[in-house]
Design a protein around this ligand. Structure first.
Ligand SMILES: Nc1nc2c(ncn2[C@@H]2O[C@H](COP(=O)(O)OP(=O)(O)OP(=O)(O)O)[C@@H](O)[C@H]2O)c(=O)[nH]1
Ligand SMILES: [Mg+2]
Ligand SMILES: [Zn+2]
Length: 304
């Protein structure tokens, strides 16, 4: 029998089998041996151990179309990255790390700035302008006023989308706006530190309509760059591409070389300063990770 993992809690996986319902399953040791863990979104084969109580075992994980590490989910078509325009203030460094991760995996990303009811139009536009050249579609939403929810529904249609973003930005609130069947728990953000309280603890796959699924996920607060070299970083910045032909050197890192097309575009305010500054910070981070790796292993790179 075949189904889809819609939730995983404390070693149990909840597998939705079309027309039959949800089975509470364990994963047999076989997966541990192969070092793969079932993920929410996985298509699996199960054997039923107790038909009355809807219990079973996962016996096979079918090949994945895609997999993410943060959040840990499988078989998604795209990610919906949510940050708030305020309360909490957007962390662009974390945002850019996520975009790099998505680009490295060849997955599309919708960038959503939520809580527009907390900021004026000009402030919202200033934030979305930073990402105008990032290759993402950008939405401004409010789970309170309903702004942008219609547009968001259109962007999700006929796809499986994982929601991602830090705690307290309104991921679960947005998921609740998109459908009525399952209402996820939401939590007020801490007034003192202006941060979310990690209300959502487990990823959950929810059907919005036939063929359209959304995954609510726990918030994350850090993301490390891995499995990449500093030279690969510039390919994660679509806004650099039109200006790289103007660099004097083919291998230009856009940091210190003379006659750099990217830095000229930065000075001309065509490439956004925040995006460029994060680029240089990540470049240095990857460079020092590579140096540390060489020192301890004699090999280049920062593999996990
Ligand atoms: N004013 C306003 N408040 C919002 C909006 N969206 C969410 N909130 C509030 O922000 C708080 C956090 O929302 P959640 O939906 O729990 O946030 P989350 O991203 O799921 O957080 P975690 O589950 O902790 O990762 C709640 O008090 C929501 O009511 C919005 O658009 N406007
Ligand atoms: Mg949540
Ligand atoms: Zn350059």
């Amino acid at each position: 029998m075949q189904g889809k993992i819609i939730k995983g809690i404390a070693g149990f996986y909840y597998v939705d089998v079309p027309a039959l319902g949800v089975y509470e399953c364990k994963a047999k040791g076989i997966f541990r041996k192969d070092n793969i863990k079932p993920l929410v979104g996985d298509d699996v084969r199960i054997e039923i151990t107790d038909p009355k109580d809807c219990e079973g075992n996962i016996i096979e994980i079918l090949p994945r179309r895609s997999a993410l590490i943060r959040p840990a989910v499988a078989n998604i078509d795209q990610a919906l990255l949510i940050f708030a325009v305020a309360k909490p203030e957007p962390n662009f460094n974390l945002l850019d790390r996520f975009l790099i991760m998505m680009r490295r995996q060849g997955l599309d990303c919708i960038l959503c700035f939520n809580k527009t009811d907390f900021a004026d139009r000009a402030a919202c536009d200033r934030i979305s302008e930073i990402y105008a050249g990032s290759g993402c579609s950008i939405l401004l939403t409010s789970a309170v006023t309903g702004e942008g929810i219609g547009e968001l529904k259109e962007a999700l249609a006929a796809k499986t989308t994982a929601v991602a973003g830090p705690s307290g930005v309104g991921k679960s609130s947005i998921v609740n706006c998109l459908q009525e069947k399952i209402q996820m728990e939401t939590g007020a953000i801490s007034k003192k530190i202006d941060r979310g309280k990690h209300t959502t603890r487990h990823s959950e796959l929810i059907a919005i309509s036939d063929g359209t699924y959304i995954m609510d996920t726990p918030g994350f607060s850090s993301l490390s760059l891995f499995d990449m070299t500093k030279e690969e970083l510039r390919d994660c910045y679509p806004e650099f591409a039109p200006y790289e032909a103007e660099c004097r050197f083919l291998t230009c890192s856009h940091i210190h070389e003379p006659d750099c097309g990217v830095r000229n575009a930065l000075e001309a305010n065509i490439i956004h300063r925040i995006r460029y500054d994060n680029y240089t910070a990540f470049y240095k981070e990857l460079d020092s990770a590579e140096r540390t790796a060489v020192k301890y292993t004699g090999k280049r790179g920062n593999r996990r």
